[in-house]
Design a protein around this ligand. Structure first.
Ligand code: 6PG
Length: 249
C-alpha cells in the first residue's frame, strides 16, 4: 500500500516546529505503548535545529529511556566538526535531555574510509533491530529535509546511492561537492512508519514547487522517491516555503 502525501501548511517556522514536535510526541507515545520503544532517525542541516530546540524545551514527561536516536545521514567529518549533523543534534537536543548515551547511535563518520563507516552503521542497525538477512529496519519516525536540488538525507541527484536497493546504509560520493556522505538508503526510508519532511523559508519555495507540482523524473528530485510502503508521509511546510505552491486546496 503506498501512502498519499499529507501536506501540512503552517504559517511561521515556529508553528512548523510545533506541529512536527506534536506529531513526533504522538508517535513516541504510541510506539512506547505498542512496542515499549520509540525509534527516530534525525535529519541534519539547519532546518531541524528549531525543532530539536523545541523538543528539548518540552522534554519533561517523555520516557527517554525508551527513546532511541539514529541519524538519516552524516557528513564525512568527526562528530565535533561544525559540519557534523550529530554535533548539531547533540548541541540542540541530545545533550539537553535525559536520554541515556547508549540510546544514541551516531554514524562513525570520523572513520577515514566512508565505506567502513557505512558498513559499521549498517551493522548497528542490523543488531539493534535484530534483522534477518534481507530485512529492513522499520523506524517509527524518519525526519528529512529538502535540499535546494531536491536531495534528501544524502541522496543527491545523479549519485549512486539513489539506485541502492539492498544495503541499509551506504557511502555516497557527491561529485558536485567533492565529498563523501554516509546515508540511509531508500529501502530504509520507505520502511518507516512515518517519514516527515521539514521545509522552511523562502529559499526552499522554488524547489518545493518543482518537487510537489512540477514535472521531471523522480531521480531528478530524489525526495520524491520517499514513499513509505506501509507508513505515513507528511510534508511540514511554512508559509515562506509554500509561497510558490498553488493556492491551498
Ligand atoms: C544534510 C541533510 C540534508 C538536509 C537538506 C536541507 O546532511 O545536510 O541531511 O538532507 O536536510 O540539505 O538542509 P537545510 O535544512 O540546512 O536547508
Amino acid at each position: 500500500m503506498s501512502t498519499e502525501l499529507e501536506l501540512r501548511r503552517l504559517t511561521t517556522p515556529q508553528e512548523l516546529f510545533q506541529a512536527a514536535a506534536d506529531e513526533i510526541i504522538r508517535a513516541a507515545t504510541e510506539a512506547v505503548r505498542q512496542r515499549n520503544r520509540f525509534t527516530i532517525a534525525l535529519s541534519g542541516g539547519s532546518t531541524p535545529k528549531g525543532l530539536y530546540t523545541l523538543i528539548a524545551a518540552n522534554a519533561a514527561g517523555l520516557p527517554w529511556e525508551k527513546i532511541f536516536f539514529f541519524f538519516g545521514d552524516e557528513r564525512h567529518v568527526p562528530p565535533d566538526n561544525p559540519e557534523s549533523n550529530f554535533r548539531m543534534a547533540n548541541e540542540s537536543l541530545l545533550s539537553k535531555v535525559p536520554v541515556p548515551g547508549s540510546n544514541v547511535f551516531r554514524i562513525p563518520a570520523e572513520l577515514a574510509d566512508a565505506a567502513l563507516a557505512a558498513d559499521a552503521y549498517e551493522k548497528t542497525l542490523r543488531d539493534f533491530f535484530s534483522l534477518k538477512p534481507g530485512e529492513c529496519p522499520r523506524f517509527d519516525v524518519i525526519l528529512l529535509g529538502l535540499g535546494p536540488d531536491g536531495h534528501t538525507a544524502s541522496l543527491f541527484p545523479e549519485t549512486a546511492a539513489l539506485r541502492e536497493k539492498s544495503r541499509l546504509v551506504v557511502a555516497n560520493w557527491v561529485e558536485k561537492m567533492k565529498t563523501w556522505r554516509i546515508t540511509l538508503t531508500f529501502p530504509v526510508l520507505n520502511a518507516a512508519r512515518l517519514a516527515a519532511f521539514l521545509v522552511s523559508g523562502t529559499d526552499k519555495a522554488a524547489i518545493l514547487h518543482e518537487v510537489l507540482e512540477g514535472k521531471g523524473s523522480d531521480e531528478e528530485y530524489p525526495c520524491r522517491m520517499v514513499k513509505p510502503t506501509d507508513g505515513r508521509l507528511i510534508w511540514f511546510v511554512d508559509r515562506a516555503a509554500a509561497s510558490e505552491l498553488a493556492a491551498a486546496a
